[in-house]
Design a protein around this ligand. Structure first.
Ligand code: NAD
Length: 335
């Protein structure tokens, strides 16, 4: 099958070339959006990642160019207008799981680094500054950690955190009985925010979860608490979080995802003027740690992403049942 891969980096090409058997892949460095959709001409499928914008206009153009399949090389599908894809008769497939360990472990890495200020200590020592002033952290043991969304990643995260000897509380629309048996307590969202010293977001971005952390819900958080987001940027109302950091209500912020990451993350912009004032403000806080959507970025995850995406594409080509299809559910329809 001829496939246009949008938004590709050297590592995508490396892993897909390793596992590709027979598909004709064109690797394009540009993101997919309504201005670049024409680059898909001559292909039957496109393959995209988290920040490609598959809105109705892009999908309409893709249909005109003969695209029949959108293969997402990621789990989240919040960036695809599923209704428009269904209208265009296009199938959408994804990689529902690729090393959930990678993201859960990265969330823990953010917590540890923010708490013990490892990134600052590293720089200090390299410059011959062996002072401990302002590097004070806290024991994670004995603290309460709130997990919002206890699916594959959230459940693994909860398990790692339990290993620290922390109390784990959780919020999910579908509580996991296995986690309850392991001692995790499900609470209402407000109660979780009130009780947690650390809150980590692991739910998907949906209309219901957009801005789940907003100016009102932040008020419920403990003063000085730590907020971690490795899920999707728009779970957090960024301006509200900036205000909470300025007022010292929020003690720490660790994010791997950012509401406006689309134009920034995954690119080397070190020699350019970054115009996003909100991100620059976030970067100015000493108690904020930002990584650029690298939670998934392990060898194991890239292997699974390449293998599953290519299997999804082959299954479509061969007219087989699509195990990883994302099916459009009209509002009000039963899941
Ligand atoms: P999952 O589908 O296994 O789990 C999601 C959980 O969220 C489910 O238990 C679900 O019931 C819960 N949920 C759904 N709506 C909710 C709501 N309104 N309130 C509370 N809980 C709700 O997904 P996963 O594999 O654990 O991934 C979680 C998210 O992690 C993905 O949606 C994606 O956004 C993000 N992710 C980030 C990276 C990264 O590199 N940073 C990589 C992969 C996934």
């Amino acid at each position: 099958m001829n496939i246009a891969f949008f938004n590709t980096k050297s590592y995508d090409q490396q892993y897909f070339d390793q596992f590709n058997k027979g598909h004709e892949i064109t690797y394009l460095p540009v993101p997919l959006n309504e201005r670049t959709a024409s680059l898909a001409a001559g292909n039957e499928a496109i393959c995209c990642f988290v920040n490609d914008r598959m809105n109705a206009e892009t999908i309409q153009q893709l249909k005109a160019f003969g695209i029949r399949l959108i293969a997402l090389r990621c789990a989240g599908f919040n960036n695809v207008d599923l209704e428009a894809a269904a209208r265009a008769g296009m199938k959408v497939v994804r990689v529902p799981a690729y090393s959930p360990y990678a993201v859960a472990e990265h969330a823990v890495a953010l917590i540890l680094a923010l708490n013990r200020k490892t990134h600052k200590a590293y720089n200090r020592v390299r410059e011959g500054n062996f002072s401990l002033e302002r590097l004070m952290g806290f024991d994670i043991h004995g603290k309460t950690v709130g997990v919002i969304g206890t699916g594959k990643i959230g459940a693994l995260f909860a398990g790692i955190i339990k290993g620290f000897g922390s109390r784990v509380v959780a919020y999910d629309i579908y509580p996991d009985t296995a986690l309850i048996q392991q001692g995790v307590t499900y609470l209402k969202l407000d109660e979780l925010l009130k009780q947690s010293d650390i809150v980590s977001l692991h739910c998907p971005l949906t209309p219901e979860t957009k801005y789940i952390i907003n100016k009102d819900s932040i008020k419920n958080m403990k003063k000085g608490a730590m907020l971690i987001n490795t899920s999707r940027g728009a779970l957090i109302e960024t301006n509200a979080v900036v205000a909470a950091l300025k007022s010292h209500h929020l003690g720490y912020l660790g994010i791997d995802v950012y509401e406006q990451e689309e134009k920034l993350f995954f690119s080397d912009l070190s020699e350019t003027i970054i115009e996003d004032d909100v991100l620059m403000r976030l970067m100015s806080f000493p108690n904020v740690l930002i990584t650029s959507h690298q939670g998934f970025f392990t060898e194991e995850a890239l292997t699974q992403i390449a293998q599953t995406t290519l299997e999804n594409i082959s299954a479509f080509e061969q007219g087989k049942k699509l195990a990883n299809e994302v099916i459009y559910q009209p509002a009000g329809a039963k899941a």
